[in-house]
Design a protein around this ligand. Sequence first.
Ligand code: FE2
Length: 371
Amino acid sequence: MSDSLGIRRYDYVEFYVGSAKMVAYWYAKALGMTITGYSGPETGCRDRMSYYLTQNDLKIVVSSALQPDTYYITSFITQHGDGVKRWSIEVDDVKTIFEHATERGAIAVQRPTISENEHGRVQEAAIRLFDDTELVFINRDEYKHIFKPGFDKPVQDIEIVTEDPGLLGIDHIVGNVRENEMDVWTAYFNKTLDFETFVDFKKGDIGTQYSALLSKVVRSEHSTIKNPINEPYEGAKKSQIEEYLEQYHGSGIQHIAIQTSNIVHTISALRKNGVEFLMVPDTYYETLRNRNDINIKENIDDLQALKILCDKDEHGYLLQLFTKPTGDRPTFFFEFIQREGCQGFGKGNFQALFEAIELDQELRGNLDHEA
Ligand code: FE2
């Protein structure tokens, strides 16, 4: 199951947010996740509050500061707004992979640490990623309680009525970096964690008449971890990557793609729950109906009604859709994806997607370069 470095799969993603309680409600109501764990004053943690949310293999933690001197959270929020502070990989042995990575140049943030209580122990270590993000290695094999020490059952006993969208787990996590940084960070993954670059979108591959970007995708040995990294490329107007870098005030995580095995059901449920998605023009489906190179088992009328996008490669097809930014700043968003053999990331949809994003960028006054 694990690869030669002991990498198993994605584990949790932790967001730093303005109000963990409010954001946890959004994940429970909008994404249909269960509030499984809680850490705060009632569990002995006085400087911050965290909620641990789960749905199948999807694990999300949202944390906020309770005190003005909780600088590790307050400074992040002041700079970036709500965003991903860390994402993690479940590994066989934390110390082994941490030493492998740091010996090859990975920047150490947290040396291997064991936290324990009467329920067992959890091992974690972290290396730096991008400006202010961390990649955590975690092993919870010897822990028999909720998430990790410090977490317990949620204090609130409420039932949140929601549609279950059937989210399965993380498919890929995407970073946005500055011009000339994409090669730095792809080399970082490849050198320190033995990843390989398997997709390389060059100049002219991705763009609209206004804006462009470059993108490379790195993956772990068994492809369980897949990380596209984007950087802006010069265009007539400001690209969505430039908008992100300005509004996030640095490089960081742009989106997380979540797997589903039935995207028609997933998007239908998420729309009922009030999740806001990017607009897709009806002309997109006229083009899709006229394509005879994709054999889709889903009904195209259903895809059109829910505005789901479709793309293919030589192995099969994929269906995907992107939310609008989930926080106040136009930075982080989610993608939902159903893979039917296709190993790509929806390159054929980038034009329709970027044009939809540019419409929103224009509304925000963020499309034109400053004079
Ligand atoms: Fe994606």
